[in-house]
Design a protein around this ligand. Sequence first.
Ligand code: 1GP
Length: 247
Amino acid sequence: MTIYSQIYNLTLKRKVHMTLIDPASQNISRSTEIAIEAERAGTDFFMIGGSTSIDMKVMDDTISGIKKETTKPVIIFPGSSLMISRYADAIYFMSLLNSRNPNFIIGHQVKAAPFLKKMGIETIPMGYLVFDPGMTVGKVGEADLIDNRNEDPAIAYSLAAQMLGMKLVYLEAGSGAPVTVNPRIVKAVKSQISVPLIVGGGIRTKENASIIAKAGADVVVTGTIVEKAEKVYDALEPIIREIKSVV
Ligand code: 1GP
């Protein structure tokens, strides 16, 4: 079964949690340790990447290290065309639709496509939308940040993503954001699209996670929490339990 089918089928049954591990934030053995603890805490998928560009060697070493020690699928969450690895199970073939720079919409994708074809890795087309406050990805991705108070632009972008054939829509507040994407916006977008909806950025408590899942996120992503926590399992387990309990 493809990784996309696994994501899709799981979202039909319950809310899904993904753990983002950014190889730029720690060394390889710490990334592996985080993955082991996150799996023990019940995460469903690993997303490896971030907005700081990392070379293929670090991506290869991080992903092969994680694959050796864990069983959940690994999906690349690329910040550039260099962030690819043959060890991953799939890659988000993502387009930052609200970037002012065409490289983030289609440029990196064109560069990476021939390599991805050779690797034979599964590509999952995803519309990636960065909201105010945007944080590093907003700056690096030169995003024309989407208003976090007004549903209409968010709905229009999400519908455009789906109409372009993208199989996932990701609403992003930015890693480490002081606020999440507005739950009102999550709800409005969810009511308009039929592809799975991913929400991330600034989710650090089980209360936040619950609000975002109840608003309509099919997949909730957390990253910073595992980088900051001394005890990854203790920090993550209550959040994941909460997400999975939302019906
Ligand atoms: C960032 O949405 C992810 O791309 C996760 O954000 O690091 O704030 O959990 P956090």
